[in-house]
Write a protein that binds this ligand. Structure first.
Ligand code: PLP
Length: 403
């Protein structure tokens, strides 16, 4: 059967088989996929070709902030698609300008650079950090200090920033000028910064891919104080933690600090590729004409969707996120088969007695899609997941941990 014919037969059982075969034959083998094909969905429920429903507790790894095929997001995107779906960055487009204004007003930052992914948002953040330091202190000040167990992306530079050796091994040489230090050890960070004449420090307030490991709040404050005192650019990677995920618009807002540069992506676009680097007043003129660019960055359809997402993440909405979070923490803490619960808001890691992969497989069998992060079961549901669906999913996860 020809491929286009297959596409039009979404309910045919054969499609699921053929999609898996096609994928295995033609898509680069970088992903270990679960044996499930998703063909449709609404909100926090998705369906496979047989019609089996799953509660989506992963939201595309924290991307579909308002769930699958969210009406308001869809409307914003399709309206924009019918006007202009793309325009080069040689011209002004309203959604891009509007979203940048919104991001600045909500964070106190001064400028935004748009791109398409988290890794690219971090690339830009690193460029800002390095150029700020080079402009002011000379070209020898370029080192970026990151934390062990961090994750900042898959490009060669963001891999270099990622403090996990196993990601590095096959791709040497990586971009030079990155040093990782143990998290929550301010003395180690200060020492490394002094020895390397550091330009920037980059942290995630909760290490997502690292196993949903929150940094010590006191440490976050100390890092801010130290970097401020030494004019070292503090970059906070909010790719996974951002856009309401932790009960604040950005996770750094939980700690009463203001970074110099913030990178974000994932949930911002609500399901379309969009990354953003938010640049504070201090660094706002670091990037000038020709210093950076992206063909798709600031795409009007992606930005229109993001405006719809961002405009709904207000205080009332964030308090609902926290109410759902409290419910999950209460449900899982001390439950049989669950050793610990980590995270904030709707970014939750469960250390289970059974291997996380077994729990996730059992959940899938029983109609719940969960993620893993290192040895944890990771939950990143849509921020607007209805309470009754969340309760159902939590029940299934709890029994899967204890079976
Ligand atoms: N930074 C963090 C904290 C992430 O969690 C991720 C992805 O999981 C990235 C960066 C990379 O984002 P992307 O896959 O969109 O490039």
């Amino acid at each position: 059967m020809k491929v286009p014919e297959l596409w039009s037969r979404v309910n045919d059982k054969e499609l699921s088989m053929d999609t898996k075969e096609l994928d295995k034959a033609y898509v680069a083998g970088t992903y270990k996929r679960f044996p499930v094909e998703i063909v449709a969905g609404k909100g926090s429920v998705v369906k496979d070709p047989s019609g089996k429903e799953y509660i989506d507790m992963g939201s595309g790894i924290g991307v579909t902030a308002f769930g699958i095929a969210d009406d308001k997001w869809q409307q914003a995107v399709t309206q924009q698609l019918s006007k202009v779906q793309h325009m080069s960055n040689l011209y002004y487009t309203q959604p891009c300008a509007e979203l940048a204004k919104m991001l600045c007003e909500r964070t106190g930052m001064s400028k935004v650079f748009f791109c398409n992914s988290g890794a690219e948002a971090n690339e830009c953040a690193i460029k800002v950090g390095r150029k700020y330091a080079a402009d002011k202190y000379g070209a020898s000040r370029f080192t970026v200090i990151t934390l062990e167990n961090s994750f900042h992306g898959r490009t060669l530079t963001t891999l270099a920033a990622t403090g996990q050796d196993h990601y590095h091994e096959l791709f040497q040489p990586l971009t030079p000028g990155f040093v990782s230090v143990p998290a929550n050890d301010i003395i180690a960070l200060e020492k490394a910064a002094g020895e390397t004449n550091a330009a920037a420090v980059m942290i995630e307030c909760i290490q997502g891919e690292g196993g949903v490991v929150p940094l010590d709040p006191q440490y976050i404050k100390e890092v801010r104080k130290f970097t401020e005192e030494h004019d070292i650019i503090l970059i906070v990677d909010e790719v996974q933690t951002g856009n309401g995920r932790t009960g604040k618009l950005y996770s750094y807002m939980n700690f009463d600090i203001v970074p110099d540069v913030v990178s974000t992506a994932k949930g911002l676009g609500g399901g379309l590729p969009l990354g953003a680097t938010l640049i504070s007043d201090k660094c706002k003129d670091v990037l000038g004409f020709g210093d950076h660019g992206s063909t798709f960055g600031g795409n009007p359809a992606c930005c229109a969707g993001a405006i719809s997402v961002l405009s709904r993440i207000d205080d009332a909405f964030l308090s609902q996120v926290m109410a759902k979070s409290d419910y999950l923490f209460k449900t899982f803490t001390g439950a049989p088969g669950i050793e610990s619960v980590t995270g904030t808001g709707l970014m939750i890691g469960l250390k289970t007695t059974k291997p996380a992969s077994e729990v996730v497989a059992k959940c899938m069998e029983n109609g719940v899609l969960c993620l893993t992060a290192k040895d944890k079961v990771r939950l990143l549901p849509a921020l607007n997941i209805p309470m009754e669906i969340l309760e159902k999913a939590a029940g299934i996860i709890k029994s899967a941990c204890n079976d």
